[in-house]
Design a protein around this ligand. Structure first.
Ligand SMILES: NC(=O)c1ccc[n+]([C@@H]2O[C@H](COP(=O)([O-])OP(=O)(O)OC[C@H]3O[C@@H](n4cnc5c(N)ncnc54)[C@H](OP(=O)(O)O)[C@@H]3O)[C@@H](O)[C@H]2O)c1
Length: 257
């Protein structure tokens, strides 16, 4: 497939690298106004352009990855050239209906909510599309399954997916940072603390995904009665660990809405 990404910023770059590294036989191009910031993509065979129209000319799939306040200008620009193409939008808050209207309804529109771990083939991507676009939607799901996990969700859950799946990267990194800081306080140098904290979080996530059981069942395997793990966990809960996370996620959702 010929895939063009409009917007080579944080997400667009991560998607381009992920697509280049983890999918086969796709031609990947990226456009943004200043391509000097993304020259490092060229050795991966990714074509860099400053002209969106040139990028979408031969593209079968167009991925929109610009900020919400930048998207109207881009849609106006590409509208005449999108006929019969698939447009997958990662733009937060932009509905299928709005996209359809802004693109004159002559292309297949999919909403995608990946995260920047797509660069490492580890995104949790949520996708929404209408019944009319079932076939192209399934193709895009298949593509994103190669960049991690990809699930179709109802469009009304797209904001929630943005918070849990995309903002979630930042929440998880903040957990790793806090563990690292604690690791330094209890005796490790920063680099070793980061390696231990990151790999431990990765291992826990892998267990949760592969064993597919409630996390508490896995926690039971780590805790000994009256042991050091349970006293630490309980102290974290006394300090509001789960509550802080839940409230933070709900606050992010309130902000999107
Ligand atoms: N970052 C994430 O983790 C994440 C996750 C999921 C969804 N999203 C969504 O993805 C979108 C992009 O987010 P981001 O964090 O990647 O933003 P970003 O880093 O600001 O990237 C946006 C890019 O768009 C380019 N751009 C702006 N106007 C353009 C135009 N007219 N034509 C072509 N390119 C243009 C900008 O580069 P130039 O200024 O050089 O043109 C910039 O590199 C947002 O809607 C965001 O809500 C982000």
């Amino acid at each position: 497939m010929n895939i063009h990404i409009i917007g080579g910023g944080n997400l667009g770059t991560a998607l381009a690298i992920g697509l280049a590294n983890f999918t086969k036989e796709n031609v990947i191009s990226v456009s943004r106004r200043n391509i000097n910031h993304i020259r490092h993509l060229e050795p991966l065979g990714i074509v860099l352009l400053t002209d969106n129209k040139a990028g979408i000319e031969d593209a079968e799939l167009i991925i929109l990855s610009v900020k919400p306040y930048q998207v109207d200008g881009v849609l106006d620009e590409i509208k005449p050239f999108c006929k019969d193409k698939v447009v997958a939008s990662a733009v937060t808050g932009l509905s299928l209906e709005d996209l359809n209207q802004k693109l004159n309804g002559n292309c297949s529109i999919i909403r995608i909510m990946p995260n920047i771990a797509a660069q490492f083939g580890e995104s949790a991507t949520c996708l929404a599309y209408s019944a009319a676009n079932e076939k192209s939607g399934e193709q895009v799901v298949e593509l994103f399954n190669q960049l991690g996990t990809a699930v179709r969700i109802e469009e009304k859950l797209m904001d929630a997916a943005t918070v849990l799946g995309a903002c979630g990267t930042a929440y998880a990194l903040r957990y790793i940072r806090a563990s690292m800081q604690a690791g330094i306080e209890i005796g490790f140098d920063a680099a070793t603390a980061l390696t231990i904290a990151s790999q431990t979080a990765k291992g826990a996530a892998k267990m949760a995904l592969e064993e597919n059981v409630h996390p508490e069942q896995l926690i039971d395997r780590v805790t000994t009665p009256q042991g050091c793990t349970i006293v630490g966990l309980n102290e974290m809960e006394h300090q509001g660990f789960s509550s802080a996370l839940i409230r933070g996620i709900k606050t992010s959702l309130d902000k999107i809405k």
